[in-house]
Ligand binder design. Structure first.
Ligand code: AKG
Length: 280
């Protein structure tokens, strides 16, 4: 990996670790998350729940795929039919997605790794098709949209068994403590903080398990070289009060700060340490 500069808005980042009485994770797992920036959690969500979620997400993805196929080059930004499709905010239309976003095991992981007051910040399905195999390049989630606090949590929930061959995540451990790194757009693949890393670790996970990592953990997914679609549902959780910084990073300071509390999709899942059972 060549020298990677910090993102221009990342001037005084310090990794935060709060004391916690854990609900789901062991202390060794919590230590490992803070040291390395990621964990694989097997069997987080039950098979029936994954099946119900996948049925609803498949319908949403079908519409996205149809839309992409109607466009020139069958693509929009980094989404391309036959390669990789994204659909944000499934919780707005899918009851199964809303249920999973408040799944007790996931909320307990948020409690253990983020704190007592947490909102869903973002959710999206990401399906990787084998027709046009491609890498999704190395990036930090906070390299796409700059959120403060920079340190939030991504739960990459596998809907199908994911392997190196079908495009499971890879991570670089330990970089998260530097805060957000500078990213560059590589067309048509996406924003990238570096091209390769000698420290990369593959994180295969079975359906119902999740790769849980920091918004500051560099990760990528490899090409899907199998005969079937790899399906994931990504849930991102942030401390209550998190803001998106708007503006163009190279052009000076942010032009606006936008609080992330849209009640239709950025609802609280933990309030004063207690799970919130319905959107508020
Ligand atoms: O699931 C994938 O293939 C990559 C998705 C990803 O890393 C992201 O959306 O940040």
């Amino acid at each position: 990996m060549s020298v990677v500069l910090p993102h221009p808005w990342n001037t005084d980042f310090e990794w935060q670790r709060r004391p916690v009485v854990p609900r789901r994770l062991g202390t060794a797992e919590i230590d490992r998350f803070h040291d390395e920036g990621w964990l694989v959690l097997d069997d987080l969500v039950e098979p029936d729940t994954i099946r119900a979620l996948t049925d609803e997400l498949d319908e949403i993805e079908g519409e996205v795929d149809e839309l992409l196929r109607s466009l020139p080059d069958e693509r929009m930004f980094i989404a391309e039919a036959g390669a990789i499709t994204f659909s944000p905010h499934a919780v707005v239309s899918s009851a199964a997605a809303r249920t999973v976003s408040r799944h007790p095991a996931i909320v307990d992981v948020c409690h253990d790794l983020l704190g007592p007051d947490v909102r869903l910040y973002w959710d999206q399905l990401v399906y990787k098709s084998p027709a046009k195999p491609r890498q999704f390049p190395w990036h930090q989630d906070n390299g796409y949209t700059f959120v403060e606090p920079q340190q939030y949590l991504t739960v990459w929930l596998a809907l199908t068994d994911t392997t190196v061959d079908n495009g499971c995540p890879w991570v670089v451990p330990g970089c998260h403590t530097r805060g957000t790194l500078a990213h560059h757009y590589v067309d048509p693949l996406g924003h990238r903080c570096f091209a390769t890393s000698d420290d990369a670790i593959a994180a295969p996970v079975r359906a119902g398990g999740a790769v849980v990592f920091s918004s500051l953990t560099p990760h990528m997914t490899g090409p899907n070289t199998t005969g079937t679609v790899r399906k994931a549902y990504i849930l991102q959780y942030a401390p209550d009060g998190a803001e998106v910084l708007e503006g163009k990073a190279g052009d000076g300071p942010p032009t606006a700060r936008v609080i992330q509390n849209d009640p239709s999709r950025q609802y609280a899942v933990l309030c004063n340490g207690e799970p919130v059972v319905s959107p508020s």
